[in-house]
Design a protein around this ligand. Structure first.
Ligand SMILES: [Zn+2]
Ligand SMILES: [Zn+2]
Length: 163
């Protein structure tokens, strides 16, 4: 994890009156299906004191490389999401805790970023996809042999009668 996402909280923990802004980056490499996030993740936020520790409220951003599940077009998209993570001296179920008066926000931010990766990205809402028979990109017009009706049972019947 990036050292600038390790935050000293010795003076914040247990003090409800205090808070500290932070920002930093770290390299991540994530994958969900064909979607990948590889490169720097930027995290900005604020750490506030709570009764038994601190809470980090953060915003995380990174560039994802996505592939349309319909037409296989590739593009880059900026992912942005928010999260919050509480830290106390006792580790939570994910193992996050205050260790040596420091917290590492990188892990929690990476978790949150991973949840924001689209599992089935489409390049646009009305993407027509590829012809299932010949692979022509139907966004650039219907293919020659398999017209608009290629998906219907009648088209199959028509083919039978034509031959
Ligand atoms: Zn598409
Ligand atoms: Zn076709």
């Amino acid at each position: 994890m990036g050292a600038d996402l390790v935050i000293s909280v010795g003076d914040l923990a247990g003090d409800l009156e205090r808070e500290r802004e932070f920002s930093g980056t770290c390299e991540v490499s994530l994958r969900l299906g064909d979607s990948t996030v590889k490169g720097p993740m930027t995290v900005t936020g604020v750490v506030v004191g709570t009764v038994d520790g601190v809470q980090a409220n953060f915003r995380v951003a990174a560039k994802a490389r996505l592939i349309c599940v319909r037409c296989l077009t590739e593009w880059e998209e900026q992912l942005e999401t928010e999260g919050l993570q509480h830290f106390s001296v006792t580790p939570d179920e994910n193992g996050y805790a205050i260790v040596d008066k420091e917290i590492d926000v990188g892990g929690a931010a990476t978790d949150e970023l991973a949840l924001s990766i689209p599992a089935t990205p489409v390049c646009r809402e009305d993407c027509k996809g590829l012809c299932p028979i010949c692979g022509t990109d139907l966004n650039s017009g219907p293919c020659d042999e398999h017209g608009e009706d290629s998906g219907s049972p009648f088209a199959v019947l028509k083919d039978l009668f034509d031959s």
